[in-house]
Structures are given as C-alpha cells and as structure tokens.
Design a protein around this ligand. Structure first.
Ligand code: FCB
Length: 443
C-alpha cells in the first residue's frame, strides 16, 4: 500500500464561470466569457446552476470525502465594473461558501482569476493593458480582506499560457484575438505582473501561488532538429513562466524568438522581474498531457509542431500504444512524474499542489477509464513524492461535468455526472473511487 503524507490535500477543482450560471444575479457585472459562445453556440448562462445550488454541491463535496476544494471567485460578482464599486452580495456569497466548506472540514483553495475578466476592463484594453494588473491587485486585496481570515490557500492566476495562446493567438477563447503574437506576450507579462503584485499585497497567514499548466516535452525522435524544437517549445510553454517566477528573468532563447517577431518587449519595465519573482508559498501545476514535438522549420510563428506519436519515450522507457481521452489527449501518467521531478531539479523544489488533472470520457456513470486515469496519475505523483519532490496535494478536474469553454457541454470531465435538463447530479464510479482514495489517504 502506498500511503500519502499526513495532511495531504485530496481535492476537486472547478471554476466560477464553468459552473455558476446566474450571470445577472445579485448585481454581477458582465465578463468577457458571457458573450463568447462555445463552438456549438452554448454559453455559461445556466451551466450547472451552481450559484443557486451551491449548498447542495457543498454537501456533495462532503459526501465525496475530499478535504480540499479548489474553486474560483468571479471578479465581476465582487466588482461589477472591474474596480471601484463593491457589490456586497457577491462578497457575501463566497463568504457563505467558504464557511460551509470549513464547517465540513474542507479546505478552500481559492483561485482569484480563472478567466472571467470583467467586460468593463476588456473595454479598457484587458490584459494587454498594464492597468489591468493594477485593477487585479485591488480585487485581490478585497478578497484577502474579506476571506483571508479563513482561506489559507490562494492561487492568483490560472494558466497564463492558455490565456495568451487561446485568447490572442488562436482566437479560441475570450477575448478571441487571432495571430496577435505581440498581444500574447504582453498579456503573459501583465498576468505575471498581476500575480507578483498580488503576492506582494498578500498579508500572509496562508500560502499564495500561481497555477501554471505545464507540459512535459519529449522530442518526436532523437534527431537533433527535433530535440532542439522540443527544447524551444518548452521555452514557450514552460520556461517562459517558470524562469521569471523562480529566476527573475525571461529565458534568453525564447526572448530572442519573440523579439525577432514583435520587436523590443518594451512593456517589461525596470523592476518588473523582481515583482514577478516574489517568493510564494507553493506552485500550482495543472497537468493534462505531455507534448511530443517535431521540428517544422517553415511554420509560423513557431518552427515546431506538436504531434500525436505511436509511442512515447518517457524517462521510464518507451510506452507503446498510448491511449487517448475522448478529447484526443494522450494519456501518459509517467510524464507527470517527469514533470514534477524536473520542476524540483530546475527550480529549487517549490512546494507543489497539482491543482488540475483530469480527462474527458463520456460514460454517464460507469467510467472505468476515468478510474484508471486517476489511479495511474496518483501513482505517478506518488513516485515523485518518493523521489523527494514536495507535493502537498492533488485536485482532480473536475467535481462536476461543466461548461468546458469553447467545447461547451459536450466534453465531460466530472467525477459527478450532470444532467443539464434537470440539473440532477449523479456520482460516477470515478467519484466513488476518488472518495475511497481520499478517505484512505493511500492507493
Ligand atoms: C484547464 C482549465 C480548466 C478546464 C480544464 C479542462 O485548462 O484551467 O478551466 O477547462 O483545462
């Protein structure tokens, strides 16, 4: 039996926009996602109706036996205009949720920004504008003041890379810009700056960090060009965020690539890097899948391509016949061990919480593949613990099937099935499995 350390956090994760609905309730202001439909034309107007059903959902969490719950606060509920006027009903809502969690012995892990930027701030330039980082700190302070006596785990920003990649380069996420490389890299910088300033504003009493989605990289072949392409892509996805956070500098190779494309990165001001590199209490890592990279010299903006290989050369040797989730994502648990060990080796062993990990499987209740997915990823995490990586917790994505951004309601990630007609919740086999795992604190 593999026993986890005492106090290990067994959590599930959600985000406000993906589950709450009730977009006009209690004075909430509009966000950039309200008007950004999924590919099938769906919106988060109802989602899991969680804003109204939150009490039942907290009971559901308790029934799953988890000791942590990662959720996000909707900025536009607290500050409908993005800054200034405070909507007390929004403040009170999350206060009640936090109390209900604590009463049931569930540690709240609060994400401040999970993509639902107030529309009023987008109208002023959104994350392209440095001012948005200042607005974010005002919002973060409000949250620290309102909830800091009870919340001990904070996450500033969720997945800055995805915000830029899908929101500014591919036009797949709000605010929906395309091919804007300069916008992307400016947004990355302002998100990191917002993180650093919020960390500086945090008065302590708990831990604060950022949630990065990191992808372990593997070259598609041993060919020198593929090895170089894989390292370059790692610079884009991983080092562009880890280096400033832990080394107070952007990686030179990637900085040169950006400068060749968009000119001087003049939005990086003196002193910014020290702000971004503020010491934090932990690092949140969202892990879904590795990237297998092939050189693609003619491709723009980046000369590499992510491929879906037949076998994967992890540090444990080649894994043949890779399974895929229903979203087409390769399932490679071993890559999670590689990733955690690498962050320890390269970045000075920050305490880590795996803040997301999960898979799309359509099975209504008997989701054997999700059970296997959880077991294998938790085992991979355990291997990293055995190798001395300080991992403090694991949050499965997600508690509920929910609004999966551009993929809408078709892609189900939940431990709990949601019938969107009736809003009925049904715990899947994976939910039962996870509950048992959390209770035993052992695999
Ligand atoms: C992550 C997001 C989360 C959810 C999962 C599937 O990128 O943080 O909101 O969409 O992917």
């Amino acid at each position: 039996m593999t026993r986890f350390p005492d106090g290990f956090l067994w959590g599930v994760a959600t985000s406000a926009f993906q589950i709450e609905g009730s977009l006009a309730a209690d004075g909430r202001g509009p966000s950039i996602w309200d008007v950004f439909p999924s590919e099938a034309g769906e919106t988060g107007a109802v989602a899991c109706d969680h804003y109204r059903r939150w009490r039942d959902d907290v009971d559901l969490l308790a029934s799953l036996g988890v000791n942590a719950y990662r959720f996000s606060i909707a900025w536009p509920r607290l500050l409908p205009d993005g800054f200034g006027r405070v909507e007390q009903r929004g403040v009170d809502h999350y206060s009640r949720v936090i109390d209900a969690l604590l009463e049931r012995g569930i540690e709240p892990i609060v994400t401040l920004y999970h993509w639902d930027l107030p529309q009023a701030l987008e109208d002023e330039g959104g994350w392209r504008s440095r001012d948005t980082a200042e607005r974010f700190v005002e919002y973060a302070r409000l949250c620290f003041d309102a909830y800091g006596d009870r919340v001990k785990w904070w996450l500033t920003i969720n997945e800055p890379w995805i915000v830029g990649l899908l929101g500014y380069l591919h036009g797949l996420h709000a605010p929906g810009y395309r091919d804007d490389v300069r916008g992307e890299v400016a947004v990355f910088h302002h998100l990191l700056l917002a993180h650093g300033r919020a960390v500086a504003a945090y008065g302590g009493g708990g831990r604060i960090g950022i949630a990065l989605n990191l992808c372990p990289h593997y070259p598609a072949t041993d060919d020198a060009a593929d090895v170089e392409a894989s390292n370059a892509s790692d610079g884009y996805v991983n080092r562009w965020f880890l280096d400033p956070l832990y080394r107070a500098a952007y990686p030179d190779d990637m900085r040169r690539r950006y400068e060749r494309l968009v000119g001087e990165l003049d939005f990086v001001h003196d002193g910014d890097m020290a702000v971004i590199a503020q010491p934090t209490g932990y690092l949140g890592i969202n892990y879904y899948a590795p990237r297998f990279v092939q050189a693609a010299p003619g491709d723009a903006p980046w000369p590499w391509r992510v491929i879906v290989p037949d076998e994967v050369p992890t540090t444990a040797g080649f894994t043949g016949g890779i399974p895929h989730t229903d979203a087409g994502t390769p399932v490679v648990p071993r890559a999670l061990t590689d990733l955690l060990v690498r962050v320890r080796d390269d970045y000075g062993a920050p305490p880590i919480v795996v803040t997301e990990n999960g898979a799309v499987y359509p099975d209504r209740v008997h989701d054997a593949r999700r059970v296997a997915f959880i077991r294998d990823h938790v085992a991979a995490l355990y291997d990293a613990l055995e190798r001395g990586v300080p991992v403090l917790g694991y949050c499965h994505w997600s508690l509920l099937d929910n609004f999966e951004w551009r993929l809408g309601y078709a892609q189900r990630f939940g431990l709990v099935h949601v019938d969107y007609e009736t809003q009925e919740r049904t715990v899947k086999d994976s939910g039962r499995y996870y509950a048992a795992l959390a209770r035993r604190n052992a695999l």
